[in-house]
Design a protein around this ligand. Structure first.
Ligand code: NDP
Length: 338
């Protein structure tokens, strides 16, 4: 496994990080979830990403159980706060990045994960209603209490990241990561987020590098989705992946197969390797509904894609690639309902 520094921090993370959105506590049974985690560890993956809101807390619980007994120092565990978690009815303060929600959020996450600290605590979205000063002060207090080592953000704009980073620096804590969607098909961060983060020493931990399975090539135009795939998961997955299942995208994606074949890679490996060609990317955050996928995708670490193959990928995908930040508000899936 390849390891990369998380931004300018001294912490290294596995370039392939395993995430459990939509799978643990939801699409897959707990024994499969545990086998996926074991497969990740066997492949040398040491970094794991979850969130309190995934499967309403169950994803953290399942991950915590699966990692139970593994030497804590050998792992980097990331979680997130923003959306509500726990039984209904929810209170007014169960959402967002207020001091109250962050302080209660970290304790709930640590309890479910059965851990004393997380390595990275991330703001799952930007909270336009809470003063950023309040949010960053709360994060600083979480760090000083030893409950998190580093702070990160997810789906923040370049401007929001810059403001958060300035406050974190004043408070003496490290805002080291940004967690955006990034794949061959979704390249919004390249324009502003990546240059800003390069300047500030912030690394990207990128989500859905295979576009939720679409870039594996298993969905073909005009055909039923394969049984058991995310597109058939009525508990939430089908809704999340739908935007990638149009014939225009699927036809272009099939065009990538010869490129992958020539490089001796599966299409999923090509997709994961593609995001890792960006030097600001600290890790590709892969999901998996079965251990074989983890084993296959982990092999994308340390792959170099030649420049002419990168050019061909761009030509093949053409205008189904999204690069305009104005598209984000409309299209980034909200995990809230899951
Ligand atoms: P991916 O793009 O890696 O998609 C993973 C899914 O694709 C798997 O669950 C599986 O679904 C399918 N798949 C994976 N490998 C293969 C393969 N080799 N062949 C065929 N199908 C394959 O990422 P995710 O969308 O799962 O996101 C990864 C992680 O990113 C999440 O777990 C989470 O940690 C993070 N995330 C963060 C968000 C944020 O807002 N910060 C938002 C979304 C995700 P199946 O078998 O069911 O078809």
């Amino acid at each position: 496994m390849e390891f990369r520094y998380l931004g300018s921090s001294g912490m290294q993370i596995s370039a392939i990080t395993y995430g459990n959105w939509l799978t643990h506590g939801s699409q897959v049974e707990n024994d499969v979830a545990t086998r996926c985690v074991r497969a990740a560890l066997d492949e040398g993956i040491t970094s794991f990403d979850t969130a309190d809101a995934y499967a309403n807390g169950r994803a953290e619980t399942v991950l915590g159980s699966a990692l139970n007994g593994v030497r804590r120092e050998s792992l980097e565990v990331f979680t997130k706060v923003y959306w509500p978690v726990g039984p209904e009815p929810r209170g007014k303060n169960d959402t967002g990045l207020s001091r109250k929600h962050i302080m209660e959020g970290i304790d709930g996450s640590l309890r479910r994960l059965q851990m004393d600290y997380v390595d990275l605590y991330q703001a799952h979205r930007y909270d336009t209603f809470t003063p950023l000063e309040e949010t960053m002060q709360a994060f600083a207090d979480v760090v000083r209490a030893g409950k998190a080592l580093y702070i990160g953000v997810s789906e923040w704009t370049a401007e929001q990241i810059r403001a958060g980073h300035a406050l974190a620096t004043e408070l003496g804590i490290s805002l080291v990561s940004s967690q955006p969607q990034y794949s061959m098909l979704w390249r919004i961060i390249e324009g502003e987020v990546v240059p800003t983060c390069e300047e500030l020493g912030i690394g990207q931990i990128v989500w859905s590098p295979i576009a939720q399975g679409v870039l594996s090539g298993k969905y073909t135009p005009g055909q039923e989705a394969p049984a058991g795939s995310r597109a058939t998961d009525i508990n939430g997955g089908a809704n999340m992946i739908r935007r990638w299942l149009g014939d225009d995208v699927l036809t272009r994606v099939q065009g990538l197969r010869p490129v992958a074949d020539e490089l001796g890679l599966s299409m999923a490996q090509l997709a994961v390797a593609w995001v890792l060609q960006n030097s600001n990317v600290s890790a590709a955050l892969i999901g998996a509904s079965r251990p074989e996928q983890v084993v296959e995708n982990a092999k994308a670490a340390e792959v170099t894609i030649p420049a002419d193959a990168l050019r061909r990928i761009d030509e093949i995908l053409g205008d189904v690639v999204t690069s305009d930040p104005a598209t984000v508000a409309k299209s980034v899936p909200s995990e809230r309902a899951i």
